[in-house]
Design a protein around this ligand. Structure first.
Ligand code: MFK
Length: 554
């Protein structure tokens, strides 16, 4: 019998996840852990086994758009893949959104919810997309306190009953572009007592949702983001007919191919203002910040999935007379992936913890500053890390990693969206600067780094935390200088600035967790901190703006 390679398998996604379990052991008090851990164990068993197998079998199914019925009626019905239908049921029943709003564990409910998201998302072909927007919509409606809309929609958005659960869209992007939302062209017109929307939305993710939050410019309003208003709309009218929405086609995308992303037009779509008749960009930011947090959690969980498959394969694949897992260069490669993943994980779950505290009104002034500053940073840093880790994972599999029916290439394709949607890396780098303009986030981060370094005793961890602190100090000095005398230079360096803050924070969090883990007898988090340190922290050093300009010319 000639050689046949055995494929990688996943085990129990929760039981096998040392990083998640280590974090939860530190973050959760005993009673909360007693309630929360069994729900995660149930999700981990599902995601690593039956749902993962279904995902592999579902590989070739993609959403389809049926525009006309047999009798000539325009119906614009979107059919999603079988896995998506199953994911919708599981998401509702396991409270993947609802857990955050039931608040059984106060501020820790966000940690609970996002741990569920983290376990669930990689086995669902980006069903995380509609769930993220659903969470963002519930949060946005609640933040604005629009009671009729809260009464109408929120119970559906957070429902655990698949029969009554809704998802929401977030329709922002127009042909004018996804970043500069202020130049959107959709118009809102008052017709009798109701508002109607007219315009085109160019990228609407998961267009199967029952409702959406969107932006439109009430007639007569000025140009720019302040002239837009935030609207709530439902896809269908009460009688089941379309609410003036025509779906032109589904996008043919590099990845997220199971997500039905549509181009559509609104012709007199009835909509309700959520928060007044202007200031729409600002009004939708609770949604943006929620979906950016989802993005970071899904980036981290995608890294974890890529590493789990790579690690398992290393035990199966024999080359040059030994298993990959015993080859020093493979071991070194995997260690680098693991260190980036662990740094990304702790940064992301720090943001998750802060979000929970903000929502429960327990956050201190410093924590509110940190949440605003670290949300774009976590999104932008983890998006890039997820692509790099997925790319390495494909290489671990060699040629097999480039062959579709191994189920491996999708890891990279689906990771590549993470630095694009919900704000590109550069847009979020600029948002990092915007966040600093509204408060004193740098002072809050300064105190955060000091707090994280305080319990350190291990000499190598003390030294690593000192590198994080020096990188932060240098970045702070750089931005303050650039703010007063080099605004173009500040914009040019914004990505390296944001990444430096992100890497410094990740490293400090890694050190804190490593010290705690040493006391539990586990030296692996220390190894992660020291490896992450070697990948570099200060990205601002030694870059010359004039040289960059020359290089960019070609
Ligand atoms: C796996 C997980 C899946 C995730 C779901 C994926 C679904 C995919 C669907 C999408 O991709 S939807 C499209 C996502 N689009 C974006 O993320 C937009 C990217 N562009 C930006 O974020 C721009 O920076 C922005 C649109 C906000 C620029 O608009 P403006 O009008 O030029 O912004 P401006 O004037 O600076 O800010 C307006 C106000 O909002 C200001 O407040 P004030 O009016 O009080 O001065 C800002 O401070 C505030 N603001 C802006 N961003 C904020 C914010 N406040 C809090 N948090 C923020 N992030």
């Amino acid at each position: 019998m000639s050689f046949v390679q055995s494929p990688p398998t996943l085990g129990d996604s929760f039981a096998d996840d040392r990083v998640l379990r280590g974090y939860l052991a530190r973050a959760l008090p005993t009673d909360a852990a007693h309630d929360i851990l069994p729900t995660l164990a149930a999700m981990g068993a599902l995601a690593g086994d039956s749902l993962y197998r279904m995902q592999l079998e579902d590989r070739l199914n993609e959403p389809t758009l049926v525009q006309w019925d047999a009798w000539g009626n325009r119906v614009d019905r979107i059919e999603v893949s079988p896995l998506w239908k199953e994911a919708a049921r599981i998401a509702a029943e396991h409270g993947v959104v609802g857990t955050a709003y039931e608040r059984k564990h106060g501020a820790l409910s966000r940690v609970h919810q996002f741990a569920l998201v983290y376990l669930f998302a990689p086995s669902t072909d980006v069903y995380s997309c509609p769930l993220a927007m659903t969470d963002g919509a519930a949060r946005t409606l609640l933040v604005h306190g629009n009671q009729p809309l809260i009464d109408r929609a929120v119970a559906h958005l957070i429902s655990r009953d698949p029969a009554t659960a809704w998802t929401s869209g977030q329709w922002m992007t127009e042909r004018t572009g996804g970043s500069d939302v202020g130049i959107s062209e959709t118009v809102a017109r008052k017709v009798g007592d109701e508002w109607q929307l007219f315009g085109d939305k160019w990228f609407t993710s998961a267009t199967t949702s029952q409702m959406a939050l969107t932006l439109a410019r009430p007639e007569g309003n000025p140009a720019g983001g302040r002239g837009l208003a935030l609207f709530y709309l439902e896809r269908d009218r009460e009688d089941g007919r379309s609410n003036g929405i025509t779906v032109h086609r589904l996008k043919d995308k590099l990845g997220t191919r199971k997500v039905p992303t549509a181009e559509l037009s609104l012709h007199g779509t009835v909509a309700v203002p959520v928060a007044g008749l202007d200031g729409g960009v600002r009004a939708i930011t609770p949604m943006l910040n929620a979906t950016r947090t989802w993005n970071a959690v899904c980036a981290v969980s995608g890294m974890r999935r890529a590493i789990a498959l790579s690690r398992d394969y290393g035990q199966r694949r024999v080359a040059f007379g030994a298993k990959l897992a015993d080859k020093p260069l493979h071991v070194d490669t995997l260690a680098g992936m693991q260190a980036e993943f662990e740094g990304a994980f702790l940064l992301t779950f720090r943001v998750v913890g802060l979000l929970g505290r903000e929502e429960c009104k327990e956050a201190s002034a410093d924590e509110l500053e940190l949440l605003r500053l670290l949300t774009p940073i976590a999104k932008l840093q983890t998006g890039k890390q997820a692509v790099a880790v997925a790319s390495e994972a494909l290489e671990v599999f060699g040629g097999a990693g480039y062959v579709e029916n191994t189920g491996v290439p999708v890891l990279l394709r689906d990771a590549q969206v993470l630095p694009i949607w919900e704000g590109t890396t550069n847009v979020l780098s600029l948002d990092t600067l915007r966040a600093l303009g509204h408060g004193d986030g740098l002072a809050a981060l300064d105190r955060e780094l000091a707090r994280l370094a305080q319990p350190l005793r291990d000499a190598a961890l003390v030294a690593a935390a000192e590198v994080a602190r020096q990188a932060f100090d240098a970045a702070r000095g750089w931005v303050l200088r650039a703010f007063s005398d080099d605004r173009p230079g500040m914009e040019a360096g914004a990505r390296r600035f944001a990444m430096t803050l992100g890497r410094a924070t990740s490293l400090a969090l890694l050190c804190e967790h490593a010290e705690w883990s040493l006391a539990q007898g586990d030296a692996r988090p220390r190894a992660a901190a020291l490896r992450f340190l070697r990948h570099g922290v200060d990205l601002l050093r030694d870059v010359d703006a004039a040289d960059s300009a020359l290089l960019a010319e070609g």
